[in-house]
Design a protein around this ligand. Structure first.
Ligand SMILES: Nc1ncnc2c1ncn2[C@@H]1O[C@H](COP(=O)(O)OP(=O)(O)OP(=O)(O)O)[C@@H](O)[C@H]1O
Ligand SMILES: [Mg+2]
Length: 513
């Protein structure tokens, strides 16, 4: 790949945030037709580097050079407009689309006056051509609000290509996709690269990095830890570069289940104008982890809403500690010792403008631990936050730092600390390691197992079968709003689960409990 021209060159990029050096003299070249994976622990500086490249942040030192008509030329720092014009397209992890407009209008937005109806035909023809070349198939006339996450992402990529991007940057593009959608994205990226595009993508999933990239650049603590040619790399080599040591494997010993803490008994749920769950039965027992597998959108959000106290069954019974739950109250659930790790940490996880300490205490502010004679005990809150920062390795300047300044993975660790430190009796862990680096993933798995071992009942919802195999004592599969029987994970194979996820198989004889 190094025989094609260099499209983009970063030379000695350094970026400081106060005393923190987020990027330390980083250099990299991207060639035409190359897919470069950018890897590193949470907080290593990946997003920061991409934000500099795209002109969102101004670097303290170094240059961003892009290939133009006259060869490589430096971009003016801090100018997204100049970056766009030079052919750099960026797909952020959190989409920036106008929800009420159609896909086509979003693609055109910012490139031409919206009221120039005359040229819509030209625009449509150009987008159609890009779709044909790339395989980025999506309905251009539907409102973005009505599209799936995967479709919105395709609109974002089309938008970049419509502006004639030469370099496409994707920050954790697969974190929000189902495994099937991720496969589809990789097919597209390979085609785009074959047509000459340069691609940089950030990911924590080593399997996909090895499958899709040509070259791997690893950051550690803001510096470049190394570069690997993917064909010569394996998981161990990458993990070594990322954390400087091999990641210890998590060992799960069999569970000793106790009493049932939460139970669904023939539960149906009607939500958002449709039947989300039909006749679902499941017992979550103390000291046991149940893993819920399924393609997203098959009823997971209904189950999560019930366990979070956001909804009550339309019919059937949900019992918490043996008593039927009659009204929806997230607060009552929290007070009763039911904890949840929300799936969408940016929306329901933290309040970005509040400090780390306030975010740790947010569900607890009325508890005696944090109030003295009706006043908030700030000192106690800060102490709890400092303990959480140390215990969960949340990389941030301290308890007073605003949550929005933390890297994606560190926000996730913050939420985990908040959830687990209260020693809940029932835990809903919804995609608990999404966006976490391999070391942090192992640590979260250890924490969830420890919560089980002190007697918590845990439901893990995940699209990552490896994660479910690492954690689950029993497996249950959700498909089209129905649950399979929950059987022991021992002896279960991936093929069977895959078929059950697709609704094509019943559990094999012997897995029903
Ligand atoms: N605007 C900012 N002000 C202060 N610190 C910041 C700012 N943006 C990022 N940081 C810090 O810079 C460091 C690198 O963050 P960055 O978001 O680049 O990490 P990352 O490698 O993308 O991590 P993740 O895998 O968790 O997304 C972190 O310590 C983060 O808290
Ligand atoms: Mg990031």
């Amino acid at each position: 790949m190094t025989d094609t021209p260099v499209l983009l060159s970063l030379t000695n990029i350094t970026k400081r945030f106060g005393p923190l050096i987020a990027n330390n003299a980083i250099s990299l070249d991207l060639h035409r037709g190359e897919i470069l994976a950018l890897l590193g622990e949470n907080g290593a500086g990946k997003t920061t580097l991409m934000n500099i490249l795209f002109g969102h942040y101004v670097q303290d030192e170094g240059d961003v050079l892009v290939l133009g008509d006259g060869g490589l030329a430096a971009l003016p720092p801090g100018s997204p407009g100049a970056a766009l014009k030079a052919g750099i397209g960026m797909v952020h992890q959190h989409f920036t689309l106008a929800e009420n407009l159609s896909g086509l209008a979003n693609i055109r937005l910012g490139t031409e006056p919206l009221l120039s109806f005359g040229r819509e035909g030209d625009a449509r023809a150009k987008v159609k051509r890009i779709i044909a070349e790339s395989g980025l198939d999506v309905d251009l006339d539907r409102r973005v609000a009505d599209l799936t996450v995967g479709e919105k992402q395709r609109i974002e990529i089309l938008k970049a290509l419509y502006r004639d991007a030469k370099v496409l940057i994707l920050d954790e593009p697969t974190a929000v996709l189902t495994p099937q959608e991720a496969e589809g994205l990789f097919v597209v990226l390979r085609r785009l690269a074959a047509n000459g595009l340069g691609v940089i993508f950030i990911s924590h999933k080593l399997g996909e990095v090895l499958a899709v990239s040509h070259r791997i650049l690893v950051l550690r603590g803001g510096t470049k830890a190394g570069e690997l040619v993917t064909a010569d790399a394996d998981r161990r080599a990458i993990a070594d570069l990322m954390v400087g040591k091999a990641v210890a494997e998590v060992v799960r010993i069999p569970a000793l289940p106790g009493e049932t803490l939460l139970e669904f008994d023939g539960v149906s749920l009607h939500a958002g104008g449709r039947q989300a769950l039909s006749g679902v039965s499941l017992k979550l027992r103390a000291g046991e982890i149940v893993g819920l597998a399924g393609v997203s959108g098959n009823g997971q959000s209904g189950i999560a809403a019930l366990i979070s106290g956001l909804a009550v069954p339309t019919s059937g019974t949900m019992r918490l500690y043996g008593e039927a739950v009659a009204k929806a109250s997230p607060r009552d659930f929290v007070m009763a010792g039911v904890a949840r790790m929300p799936e969408d940490r940016q929306h329901d996880g933290v309040v970005g403008t509040m400090s780390v300490a306030d975010n740790i205490a947010i569900e607890d502010v009325r508890s005696p631990a944090f109030s003295k004679m009706g006043l908030l005990d700030r000192k106690a809150m800060r102490e709890r936050a400092s303990a959480a920062i140390a215990g969960y390795d949340v990389r941030c300047p301290g308890p007073d730092a605003e949550a929005r300044l933390l890297s994606g993975g560190n926000v996730q660790k913050l939420i985990l600390a908040r959830v687990l430190e209260r020693e809940p009796r029932v835990i809903l862990a919804n995609q608990p390691t999404r966006g976490l680096d391999v070391g942090a993933q192992a640590e979260v798995h250890r924490r969830i197992l420890a919560a089980r071992d002190r007697g918590a009942a845990v439901l893990v919802i995940s699209e990552d079968l490896d994660e479910l195999f690492a954690l689950a004592d029993r497996f249950v599969v959700v498909h089209a709003g129905e649950l399979s029987d929950a059987g022991p994970s021992e002896g279960l194979d991936r093929g069977t689960i895959g078929l059950m996820m697709a609704g094509q198989a019943r559990p094999p004889v012997g897995i029903a409990s």
